[in-house]
Design a binder for this molecule. Structure first.
Ligand SMILES: [Zn+2]
Length: 70
């Protein structure tokens, strides 16, 4: 599973593809960030491929910075 961490306060989209990644494992729903959906400060969205996540980033958050984390 590919996860894209959309963080609105820092304007970062971080791509996580490794199940062994600490961030991947710690992802969870919080009051301000969603899991599988966006909330006030963003959220974690899942995709079937890194290409799809990249396309989503390019069309929805073009002004954000993209980080390929793992
Ligand atoms: Zn990662």
């Amino acid at each position: 599973m590919i996860w894209l961490d959309v963080d609105k306060p820092t304007k970062l989209c971080t791509l996580h593809t490794a199940g062994s990644c600490a961030y991947w494992q710690k992802k969870r729903e919080t009051q301000l960030k969603g899991l599988g959906k966006l909330k006030y400060e963003g959220g974690w969205l899942n995709f079937v491929s890194a290409e799809q996540a990249m396309l989503y980033f390019q069309s929805n958050f073009p002004e954000y910075k993209f980080i390929d984390h793992c």
